[in-house]
Design a protein around this ligand. Sequence first.
Ligand code: PLP
Length: 370
Amino acid sequence: MPELIPVFDLKSEINIIYDEVLESIQEVLKSGQFIMGEQVAAFEKEVADYLGVRHAIGVNSGTDALIIGLRSVGIGKGDEVITTPFTFFATVEAIHQIGAVPKFVDIENCTFNIDSRKIEEAITSKTKAILPVHLFGHAAEMRTIMDLAKAYDLKVVEDTAQAFGGEYHGQKLGTIGDVGCFSFFPTKNLGAYGDGGLIVTNDDNVAEIARKLRVHGGKNKYNNEMFGYNSRLDEIQAAILRIKLRYVQSWNEKRRKVAKIYSERLKEISNLVLPMEKGGIKHVYHQYTVRIVNGNRDNIYEQLLARHVQTMIYYPLPVHHLPVYRAQNIDLNLPVAESISKQVLSLPIWPHIEDKQVEYVCNTLQSLLS
Ligand SMILES: *Cc1c(COP(=O)(O)O)cnc(C)c1O
C-alpha cells in the first residue's frame, strides 16, 4: 500500500513557487505596508483583467464577499434570496447575516447545482435575489437564471468560491450576474496562504458600495456613511495571490486532465456515477465528485481510507437539515439534495497529484465496487 493519498495536497505547489513567494513576502516586509497597499491594488487590477470584469474588490474571506456582495446589490432585512440547499453553509449563513431569508430550491442530480427549472415557482413578491453556487467548479445554468432575474427584476449574486477560472459559454464565472463572490481559502482553485476573498462586478455603483462596506462603510476615513465591516485583504496574501494568479490557468488545466483520467478509468463501473460536464461549460474540478448509488457510500469511504485513500463527503447533510435549523422544524421537500447527500464522494484531486496516485485510487475504487 502507498502512503496515504490525501484528498488535497499543497506540498508540490508550494515547492514550485517557494522562492517566488518568499521574495514577495520579503518585498512586503520591506515596504512596511501591510493593509490595502500596492499589492492589493495590483492584484485587484490583475484579477479583474484575468476575469474580464470592471471591478475587483479584495476582502477578508469568501464569506465576507457574500455578505458584502449581497448588501452591495441592495439585499437586506426580510428579502427572500433563492439558493441551493446543497452547498457549504457559508452561502446560506451570509443570507441570514444580513437579515434576509434563504429560500431553497432543489438541485439537479447531474451537476449538483440549483435546478434552474424549479426556480420560477419559488419566486414570491418578497424575492429579491437568486444566489447560485457553481458547486465543485461546474457552472450553474446561468442563462435561465439571468432570464428569470430579468423577468422578475431580481439581482443575481454568484457564489464562485469553488469555481475560479470556470466558464459558462465563454464567460468567466462570477462575472455574469450582478456580483460575483470568490474565496481564497487555501484549498480553493485560487487559494491564498491564509484567508482572503474577492467581490467582482461590472456595475460602478455596486463596486463603490462594496469598497465602502469593506472599510467601515465610508469612502474616506472618519466619514462613515453606513455600517460596514473590517474586511480587507492583506498585502502579504495579495502578493501571494498575484504569483498564483499567473499559474491558475495551467493548474486548472491540470485538474481537468486529472478529471479526464478518472472519467476514462472509472467509466462502466457498476453503482458508480461520474461527474458530468455540460456542453459549453468549462468545469474546473474544484472537486471530482462521484456518486455511489448502491447505498454503500459510507462503507466505501471507510474501505478506501483503510487502503490509504482519503476521500471527502461534500456535503453529508443538505443545509436545511443542519442543526441550526432543527429548532425551526422547517419542513421542506428537497428530495434530490437529500438523496444526493447520501451518495456523494469526492476523490483526491489537486493540480500536481501524480499519475500513479490517480491510478491507485482508480484501482482501489474499482476493486471495492466489483
Ligand atoms: C469556501 C466557500 C465559501 C466560504 O469561503 P471562506 O473564504 O471560507 O469564507 C462560501 N461558499 C462556498 C460554496 C465555499 O466553498
